[in-house]
Design a binder for this molecule. Structure first.
Ligand SMILES: Nc1ncnc2c1ncn2[C@@H]1O[C@H](COP(=O)(O)OP(=O)(O)OP(=O)(O)O)[C@@H](O)[C@H]1O
Ligand SMILES: [Mg+2]
Length: 441
């Protein structure tokens, strides 16, 4: 298998899923071990309880014996008490008459606490047929069923073992909570580790993806730039060769070639300027030369600059304005460039004759300038990225449109340097509207 990025990501995903599965199985096992440990502890406690039951029964009999002695000494003989005494130590005496539920409860509580089991419990004593031996327990049938089916059972010796075979049954309604409380540290550490691994993985993949995109964008830019540089360089070279030619005597033709060199040179300068401008903007070293200017004048100038080009494309450019003036404190050169860029884009990214509208408006504290076109529009997934440096919407068919993806990044930076902001609304194949808002001082 070739180890490209996709395969590595798949491999790591698989490994992480495996790790998570193993972790979950491991945690499940740990919980099961804890549960059986708990049950064992409970059984151990109950064994001690059943060992103590005969002692308590013995004590109870002695207490009753002394009471009877007292009664007889006083000359009051209770017939029931005599029967009761006669039944002592025979299998016919009821278990619940030998020991009270409270006494059993305190025996159980003591043993549980000794082992650190301090979660509430419910218990009862049943005979071999499953009938509760304490009368107050016979009422709650559903609870008895639960005790019998889910409870931890242990036989209790009570003198009549062969006859009723009593056993204690106990359940802990909050057992799971109790066990989770004991394990929360290890559980939360596991969870945190899993989350950390997933996050780190996501972050890495995201970074790789971004780097890949960036390198594609940079490659595009370098290709574009080399292409753009090649044309003027070869034109200049050809012009120089022509000038060198000994046949070249006429002043007129010499001037044509010199003019050509000048033109191409200024094109080169323009290219270098574009790149330098972005570099300067990036470093935050752009110095604005602010002056009082009228935005309407600038908009008209931009319109005039492009009208010839738009006419040739059978399109139109109009300004819709009802404001008397738009006085603004800003750098006239850069603000002009901002609108030049927007109109340039509106022309470049139209599939048919461009209809461009520049609409002005005013709010309490800002001027709004909208540049609307009927061009190819921008899809949802690209619209957030067009202001990024070097970003160009990938196009299948319109590859002949030249550009470096620097224009809108420059526009945004300049607008923000003037404390304004820019937003865009666009529908694919319908057109785009860029709105610039500039604060009125
Ligand atoms: N009016 C528009 N309609 C449709 N798409 C647009 C419009 N304006 C910009 N875009 C998209 O946004 C991308 C970025 O625009 P931007 O002006 O930053 O770069 P560019 O025009 O490609 O190059 P540059 O302006 O640096 O010469 C463009 O490549 C284009 O895909
Ligand atoms: Mg542009």
């Amino acid at each position: 298998m070739k180890l490209n990025i996709k395969n590595i990501v798949a491999l790591i995903s698989l490994a992480i899923i495996g790790l998570i599965v193993v972790q979950v199985i491991w945690i499940n096992n740990a919980i099961d071990v804890r549960k059986s440990q708990f049950d064992q502890e409970v059984k151990n406690s109950l064994v001690v309880v059943t060992q103590n039951v005969p002692k308590v029964i013995q004590q109870n009999q002695e207490t009753k014996f002394f009471q009877r002695q007292k009664q007889m000494n006083n000359g009051v003989a209770d017939f029931n008490a005599i029967i009761d005494a006669m039944l002592d130590n025979t299998p016919f005496k009821k278990f619940s008459d030998k020991i009270s539920k409270e006494q059993l409860d305190s025996l159980i509580k003591k043993e549980m606490l000794k082992r650190g089991i301090n979660t509430p419990y419910v218990f009862s004593v049943f005979d071999k047929s499953g009938s509760p031996l304490f009368t107050q327990d016979s009422l709650t049938k559903s609870f008895n069923d639960k005790l019998l089916s889910e409870g931890i059972n242990i036989p209790v010796y009570a003198g009549d073992f062969m006859l009723t075979q009593p056993f204690i049954s106990i359940i802990f309604p909050k057992k799971n909570n109790f066990i989770f409380k004991k394990m929360w540290l290890i559980l939360s550490i596991s969870l945190l580790l899993i989350l950390a691994v997933i996050y780190a993985f996501y972050y890495t993949v995201n970074t790789i993806h971004k780097q890949k995109q960036l390198s594609e964008i940079k490659n595009d830019f370098i290709n574009n730039m080399t292409h753009e540089l090649k044309t003027p360089i070869s034109t200049i070279q050809l012009a120089c060769e022509a000038l060198n030619d000994s046949d070249m005597n006429s002043k007129e033709s010499q001037d044509t070639f010199v003019e050509m060199i000048k033109d191409e040179n200024s094109r080169l300068k323009g290219l270098v300027d574009t790149v330098l401008k972005t570099a300067i903007l990036d470093k935050g070293q752009m110095k604005l030369q602010k002056e009082e200017l009228d935005l309407l004048t600038i908009l008209n100038k931009v319109k005039d600059n492009f009208s010839l080009q738009i006419q040739q494309l059978n399109g139109s450019i109009t300004i819709q304005n009802e404001l008397p003036e738009m006085k603004f404190e800003g750098d006239s050169q850069h603000i002009t460039n901002v609108f030049q860029n927007l109109v340039d884009n509106a022309i470049k990214y139209s599939s048919h004759s461009p209809e461009i509208k520049i609409i002005t408006a005013q709010t309490i504290d800002a001027y709004l300038i909208r540049v609307m076109d009927n061009g190819i529009g921008i899809s949802r997934e690209n619209i957030d990225k067009i202001f990024e440096k070097l970003y160009r919407v990938p196009t299948g068919d319109l590859h002949n449109v030249k550009g470096f993806g620097l224009g809108l990044n420059y526009v945004k930076s300049i607008v923000e340097l003037h404390n304004g902001n820019i937003s865009v609304k666009s529908t694919k194949d319908k057109g785009s509207t860029f709105t610039i808002s500039l604060p009125i001082k």
